[in-house]
Design a protein around this ligand. Structure first.
Ligand code: FAD
Length: 315
């Protein structure tokens, strides 16, 4: 392929998980060419240390601002692009990435392919993405270079720490008159006590739980496992858990070490949010439930028998 510029995402002092995955995706795209990673922040030195990852050739630090800002990121990427002339500008398909990726493509007059879940670089660049609520996969033949591509979280493994990438401070010239918004504060929405995207072990509950009061069982199991509780959408739609616990296409994408799916059928919209988990364990009475197609371990049994037994075993 050709050189790749990957611009990472961070929030409130932490790199988002997708940033590490972006590096793996960027390395795959760059092939034998260079992978340039850029971070825009007022705390670039700390981020640069974390970005010294396997496959990174250079880390460009843009020492500007604190949190994500559309207009600052847009100008920074325009200037990085002019300097590095990459064949691909790679951005995360996160809230921030999606906020400015179209503006980057528009400003640089480049094509934009969003929400990539796989690449094929054998003959040019083919990007796989999903459509119709993850019911079909499409392959986009990218007949142009350079191009802007956003990648979905949870589709590539996170890049591991390595050591050896050059850190290159990038002197950016931000036109403040073009910065039309400022982040004034953060407010977590409903039940913002947990971030399921940060959990190593998720105990996830679905409609099979039957009644709201039965959720106690799931919280007891989570406590025994030192895990976090997440859910499928019907649990949130019923108002039994807040929206920030929902896994899936219209919820959050999670990549825990272990994902325990309890009474969840495995609809495509749910699987879209958790298929990147390292180990998937499913408990379901229906042996034909689609969740078993992706589970590493499956228990075909009643959750009201299995979960108490698990709690006892782990306690
Ligand atoms: C545009 C769109 C976006 C969507 N986004 C999301 C999303 O982000 N996240 C999401 O989860 N869904 C989403 N959905 C909904 C999705 O299509 C499914 O309806 C939903 O995931 C089903 O949730 P569930 O598996 O909990 O329920 P069900 O599909 O009803 O499955 C319940 C499962 O529990 C099992 N069960 C029942 N009793 C027991 C028992 N006693 N012990 C063990 N197992 C038992 C059953 O066999 C069944 O497999 C979306 C849908 C649309 C159209």
């Amino acid at each position: 392929m050709s050189d790749v510029l990957a611009v990472v995402d961070h929030r409130r002092g932490s790199l988002r998980d997708v940033s590490y995955e972006l590096v793996t995706a960027g390395r795959e795209l760059a092939g034998g060419d260079e992978l340039h990673v850029a971070v825009v922040s007022g705390d670039v030195d700390r981020f640069a240390e974390k970005l010294d990852l396997d496959g990174v050739d250079a880390i460009h630090t843009v020492d500007y601002g604190e949190e994500f800002n559309h207009d600052v990121y847009l100008q920074a990427v325009e200037q990085l692009y002019a300097d590095l002339e990459p064949g691909v500008v790679l951005l995360p398909n996160s809230v921030n990435g999606l906020d400015y990726a179209p503006a980057v493509a528009n400003s640089l007059s480049l094509p934009l392919v969003t929400d990539a879940i796989a690449f094929d670089t054998d003959d040019g660049l083919d990007v796989t993405r999903e459509m119709y609520g993850s019911k079909v996969e499409t392959t986009i033949e990218v007949d142009a270079e350079p191009v802007v591509v956003t990648v979905r979280g949870g589709e590539w493994p996170a890049a591991e720490a390595n050591g050896g990438a050059d850190v290159v401070p990038f002197d950016v010239d931000i036109d403040e008159s073009a910065v039309r918004s400022t982040v004034t504060g953060f407010e977590e929405v409903g039940g913002g006590d947990v971030d399921i995207t940060d959990a190593d072990v998720l105990v996830s509950v679905g409609r099979g739980i039957g009644e709201e009061e039965n959720l106690d069982l799931v919280f007891d199991l989570a406590e025994a496992l030192d895990a976090t509780v997440s859910s499928s959408r019907p649990i949130v739609d019923n108002g039994w858990l807040p929206k920030n616990r929902q896994v899936g296409q219209s919820g959050k994408v999670v990549t825990p070490d272990v994902y325990l799916a309890i009474g969840i059928s495995g609809a495509v919209q749910h699987v879209a949010g958790m298929k990147g988990a390292e180990t998937i364990v499913a408990i379901n009475t229906d042996p034909n439930a689609p969740i078993f197609d992706i589970a590493d371990y499956g228990v075909v049994d009643d959750l009201f028998d299995v979960v108490p037994a698990l709690i006892e075993a782990f306690e």
